[in-house]
Design a protein around this ligand. Structure first.
Ligand SMILES: [Ca+2]
Length: 102
């Protein structure tokens, strides 16, 4: 029987967030430096699309409660956006394949 995939992915998201959030300061939130490190190590494809000033912009966009930190809920909104983008890319590829066959 196949292993449930999402179950493990959700646990991994929590573990990854905590691995970076607990590096310094408040262990339950990401500072800008921790967010940068997480992005560089865990989402290198996404960060490559960003120019240097974009980390500041990203931090500002994610920090909806304006406390200068990214909490887990704020981090999840980033993951939602990236996952939806990924799905859109996947759908485009699927459409292309379909078009190619007919
Ligand atoms: Ca915040």
């Amino acid at each position: 029987m196949a292993q449930p995939k999402l179950d493990g992915i959700i646990k991994d998201i929590v573990l990854v967030f905590n691995a970076y959030s607990s590096e310094s300061g408040d262990a339950t939130t990401l500072s800008k430096e921790e967010l940068g490190e997480l992005m560089r190590s865990e989402l290198p494809g996404f960060l490559n699309q960003l120019d240097p000033g974009m980390l500041d912009q990203l931090m500002q966009d994610l920090d909806t409660d304006e406390d200068g930190q990214v909490n887990f809920q704020e981090f999840m909104s980033l993951l939602s956006i990236i996952t939806i983008q990924c799905d859109e890319e996947y759908m485009k590829l699927k459409q292309k394949k379909k078009g190619g066959r007919s």
